[in-house]
Write a protein that binds this ligand. Structure first.
Ligand code: ATP
Ligand code: MG
Length: 249
C-alpha cells in the first residue's frame, strides 16, 4: 500500500546548519499493517511521516500509494488517502465549535459530495452513534464546544473524525504524549480499535515503549535518518519487553 524507495530529506542544504534527516529510506508497508516507529529525538521519525503526508517533499527518492506514484502530489491531494493525528490535542479540532459542528467540518473537508451534508436529524444521530462507540459518554455532549473537553476526550474525537473519512492511511505522531496515563490508554485503545474496524494501514510514532510493545504488528527503530531495525509480526510476538528497552541503552 505504502512504498518508499530511496527517500532522502536534507534540510538547509549547503548551509552551515544542513541536516540529513532521512538518509535513503526503503520501506514497504502492506495494506492493513500497523507499524510502530521508535527512535531517539531527532532520528527522523516525524520527517518520515511528513514525507508520507507530503507536508515535507523528499530531496530524493519516490513514494507510492497502492502502486501510484504520489511523490510530487501536494498535501491537499494526498489527504484523500492520509489522515493525521498529532501530539497536541488542540491541533485536530476547532475548540469553539461543538462536537457536532466539528464532525460537520470533518465531513466537509473530505469529499465534494459531502458538501451537501447539513446538520439535520440524520447527521446528528449518526454523529451521536459514532461518538457513543468511544465509550466515553460524549454522545450526550455533542452540542458542547470541543474546547471544554479534556485533552484525552479531544484526542479520541480527533481520531474518530479522521478515520470517518475515506482515508486508508492513518499517521499518528505521538498522539498520547500530552495526555495523562489514563487518557493515553483510552486514546491508544481507541486508535487500535478504529484501525481494526476501518481496516486502516497505520503508522504510530511513540516514545512509550509499553505502547510500542503492546500495539501494532510490526516494529521499526530509526536512528540518524535510517531504519536500523525492522521487526515483522512473527518476530514482534516473541520480542521481550526487556529486549525492546535494551535498544535504547
Ligand atoms: N523543517 C525543518 N528544518 C530544519 N531541520 C529540520 C526540520 N524538521 C526537522 N529537522 C531536523 O531533522 C532531524 C529529524 O527531525 P525529526 O523531527 O524528524 O525527528 P524525530 O525523530 O521526529 O524526533 P522527536 O522524537 O524529537 O520528535 C532533526 O535533526 C531536526 O532538527
Ligand atoms: Mg517527532
Amino acid at each position: 500500500m505504502i512504498s518508499l524507495k530511496g527517500v532522502q530529506k536534507t534540510f538547509n542544504r549547503g548551509k552551515a546548519n544542513e541536516v540529513m534527516a532521512l538518509r535513503g529510506i526503503d520501506l514497504e508497508i502492506p495494506e492493513r499493517d500497523f507499524v510502530v516507529i521508535v527512535g531517539s529525538n531527532g532520528s527522523g521519525k516525524t520527517t518520515l511521516l511528513n514525507t508520507i503526508s507530503a507536508s515535507v517533499l523528499p530531496s530524493a527518492g519516490e513514494i507510492f500509494f497502492s502502486g501510484e506514484n504520489v511523490t510530487t502530489l501536494p498535501e491537499h491531494q494526498r489527504s484523500r488517502w492520509v489522515a493525521r493525528v498529532f501530539q497536541n490535542p488542540l491541533s485536530g479540532t476547532a475548540p469553539d465549535l461543538s462536537i457536532l459542528d466539528n464532525f460537520r467540518l470533518a465531513a466537509l473537508r473530505t469529499s465534494a459530495k459531502s458538501l451537501k451534508i447539513g446538520v439535520d436529524e440524520k447527521f446528528r444521530n449518526a454523529v451521536r452513534d459514532k461518538v457513543a462507540t468511544l465509550g466515553l459518554g460524549l454522545e450526550n455532549k455533542i452540542n458542547q464546544p470541543i474546547g471544554t473537553l479534556s485533552g484525552g476526550q479531544r484526542q479520541a474525537l480527533t481520531l474518530l473524525m479522521s478515520v470517518m473519512d475515506e482515508c486508508k492511511i492513518l499517521l499518528l505522531d505521538e498522539p498520547t504524549a500530552a495526555l495523562d496515563p489514563r487518557s493515553a490508554e483510552v486514546v491508544m485503545k481507541t486508535a487500535d480499535d478504529l484501525i481494526k474496524q476501518y481496516s486502516l494501514t497505520a503508522i504510530l510514532i511513540t516514545h512509550n515503549l509499553k505502547d510500542a510493545f503492546r500495539y501494532g504488528n510490526r516494529l521499526i527503530q530509526m536512528a540518524e535518518g535510517q531504519i536500523v531495525k525492522d521487526i515483522p509480526s512473527s518476530a514482534k510476538q516473541s520480542l521481550s519487553e526487556i529486549e525492546l528497552y535494551s535498544w535504547f541503552m
